[in-house]
Write a protein of this length. Structure first.
Length: 384
């Protein structure tokens, strides 16, 4: 791996909307920066994973952030909190991820002359919707990214959309393979005899929001169970009942009582669940960055089933590494599930091998780390 920044030690600030995100999606990058002798500070809201940031070698700085607020006026306070933290810590470079850290963290960093590297991890409803809020968010992005040294995109659709709106200069645009995946940690697990004899198992791993296609997954499962009652449908993920889009616990309880799904709760380590599945499903109907759960499933050699939306279509080659289907379309999802359910074990295994090969070729976490090292090097050498 390239040794960047000469021999100087840098203080690098990273901010994401949750500590959970740092620990689960950015651990490889944080460890790589720490291994090179740099001080990494993570500014996130406090949650159950905040204490684990220290295990990565970084220092946690609590930052109050209301993830549910859609009011730019309400978030003026967030921009001021970022600015106060940056004035106190004086980082050499700021790495922003997710919407609010990209918007308000970047503005605060620019105001203090701190070089910024952004990562557009997904657009969210406010960007892709219509109306005044959409126009405000587009305007905020234009300001927030105007002086950034590098802006990473996780798929070509998001990149093209930002370019069409002229939100970012062409010379700072870079493309990343999502957050990447640790190919040593996520790798195919051998199937034992008991595993080979168990029912065909579909697995959905996601934050439990309706926009992830939960309702479509449930209805398609009901239809498949009518003809193949031995099929298993599992869900792993965090319940978020406080947002308008959150799937309530009562619905999960009802589906379990009905015998449609097994809800396995949230999981810090999803590898055992993936190993015990035959196919990973993500029927989301909003654009994604590059869904990490699909990358992890591919790395573990599992066929993937997802919708033909930005971010997801970058991972799955239809009928090669899995299946793509139309979003919000129960019939299309049911047909794709049935096709995969009826594949021979040899054909299913071949699809899983192709998924692993694609993960190795296109989504290795080390690709992401190397590009970040280059971007940070460029940022500190060319301060604006």
């Amino acid at each position: 791996m390239r040794q960047s920044f000469g021999s100087s030690q840098l203080k690098i600030a990273i901010s994401i909307n949750t500590s959970w995100n740092v620990v689960n999606f950015r651990a490889g990058l944080v460890r790589a920066l720490v291994a090179q002798g740099h001080e990494v500070i993570a500014l996130t809201p406090t949650d159950a994973h905040s204490a684990r940031i220290a295990d990565l070698g970084a220092r946690f700085i609590p930052l109050e952030m209301d993830g549910r607020s859609r009011s730019p006026l309400h978030d003026i306070g967030l921009a001021l909190r970022y600015r106060a933290a940056f004035r106190r810590e004086r980082p050499d470079v700021y790495l922003g991820f997710t919407i609010k850290p990209n918007l308000y963290g970047s503005m605060a960093a620019h105001s203090l002359g701190i070089p910024v590297v952004n990562n557009i991890t997904g657009l969210g409803k406010m960007f892709v919707g219509k109306g005044w809020l959409n126009r405000v968010v587009i305007g905020l992005y234009r300001v927030a990214l105007s002086r950034s040294r590098t802006v990473f995109f996780q798929n070509r659709d998001d990149l093209a959309l930002f370019a069409a709106h002229k939100l970012v200069a062409d010379e700072v645009i870079r493309l990343l393979p999502g957050s990447g995946v640790d190919l040593q940690r996520f790798k195919p697990a051998p199937r034992d005899e008991a595993g080979a004899a168990r029912p065909f198992t579909f697995l959905l791993i996601a934050r439990l929001l309706w926009a992830k296609g939960i309702a479509q997954y449930i209805e398609a499962a009901r239809q498949i169970l009518q003809s193949h009652p031995d099929t298993r449908f599992r869900i792993v993920g965090m319940i978020d009942e406080f947002g308008a889009d959150g799937v309530p616990r009562s619905a999960l309880d009802q589906w379990q009582a009905e015998g449609v799904i097994d809800y396995l709760g949230p999981a810090d380590d999803v590898r055992p669940h993936i190993a015990d599945a035959d196919c990973l499903v993500l029927p989301t109907y909003y654009p994604e960055g590059t869904p990490r759960t699909l990358l992890e499933g591919a790395a573990m050699g599992k066929p993937l089933l997802t919708t033909d939306v930005p971010g997801c279509r970058d991972i799955v080659e239809d009928r090669v590494t899995g299946r793509l289907c139309a979003p919000r379309d129960v019939a299309a999802l049911h047909a794709a599930m049935s096709d995969l359910r009826n594949l021979s074990p040899a054909a299913l295994a071949e699809m899983g091998i192709a998924a692993r090969n694609k993960a190795e070729r296109d989504f290795d976490e080390q690709i992401v780390v190397r590009r970040y090292l280059d971007a940070i090097d460029d940022a500190v050498r060319n301060r604006r």
